[in-house]
Design a protein. Structure first.
Length: 296
């Protein structure tokens, strides 16, 4: 009897599994709101897609609209793009290669600078970082004229080097990477040094794999800025065969005639690389932006 009472005392009564609550009304409202915002954001993209099947002069006269006569839609603009678009694809390749090179260089140089600010201690460190923050507040239009004069004095005008070189150490990218690196435990760095790994080896083999979300986020943002960059390339490029896509599309509008058909379909195709870039790195994008914003 004593053993039975002891067994009864130690036996636990199973409790019912907690009920899983479905999404609340607030969650449904929030989701519906975000869906509406997404659909509104897609309207311009859908409008320009419909415009690629229309006559360019008609689009300019009536504006981008979904109220079109289906009988007037045709593939003439696509035929024009792939058979008689002139230097369009040369501009496209120029912009693509320049964007890839500039984004890769910006990520490498800016991450190096940010790594130094986050992981090393040196004199005037705070002063130099404050200067980086001050550069973020200066609009490019204030730097454009002295930078253009310097480029001409150095004989670098009309080259792709001068488009990318002044912006490899991006203040915004440095700040973002620095905030992200501050969240990495310094014990990883010390462990690498104890194992005899060089400083460059620590960065490339230990730190860089951890920063994939940050790299993806900055690749998207810098890629979009480089791909759509118009003002600075317009100032320094003079040879038509070196034009980037934004400049090239702008040349389709002249006082002697406007090629609206190629302009519309060319602008639509210029969106494709940006969409591919975002889709390729979207799973890292939110994580990288969030981590870089809260760490530090």
């Amino acid at each position: 009897m004593a053993a039975l009472r002891e067994q009864t005392r130690t036996t636990t009564v199973p409790t019912a599994a907690p009920r899983r609550r479905g999404p609340s009304t607030a969650a449904w409202v929030q989701s519906a709101f975000l869906v509406v915002i997404a659909l509104i954001s897609l309207v311009p993209l859908l409008a320009i897609f419909v415009g690629t099947f229309q006559d360019g002069n008609e689009v300019i006269r009536r504006g981008m609209t979904f109220d079109v006569d289906l009988g007037t839609l045709s593939l003439d603009n696509y035929v024009l793009l792939f058979t008689d678009s002139g230097p369009y694809f040369r501009w496209f390749v120029n912009t693509l290669l320049l964007t890839v090179a500039q984004v890769a260089g910006t990520l490498l140089v800016s991450s190096f600078v940010a790594y130094g600010f986050a992981m090393y201690e040196f004199r005037t460190k705070t002063l130099w970082f404050i200067m980086v923050l001050l550069v973020m507040t200066v609009p490019f239009e204030m730097l454009m004229l002295p930078l253009y004069v310097q480029v001409n004095d150095m004989g670098l005008a009309d080259t792709y080097t001068v488009i990318a070189l002044p912006f490899l150490a991006s203040a915004v990218t440095i700040f973002f990477f620095r905030q992200y690196f501050l969240g990495i435990p310094k014990e990883i760095i010390e462990a690498g040094r104890m194992d005899g790994v060089s400083e460059f080896g620590i960065f490339f083999r230990l730190v860089l794999p951890i920063t994939k979300p940050a790299m993806a986020a900055m690749a998207i943002l810098n890629g979009m800025m480089c791909w759509n960059n118009f003002l600075w390339p317009l100032l320094v490029l003079r040879s038509p065969e070196k034009f980037t896509l934004p400049i090239g599309l702008n040349t389709l509008l002249t006082p002697y005639g406007n090629n609206y058909e190629l302009l519309i379909i060319g602008a639509f195709f210029s969106l494709i690389p940006v969409l591919i870039l975002f889709l390729a790195f979207q799973r890292f994008f939110i994580e990288g932006i969030t981590a870089g914003a809260v760490k530090g």
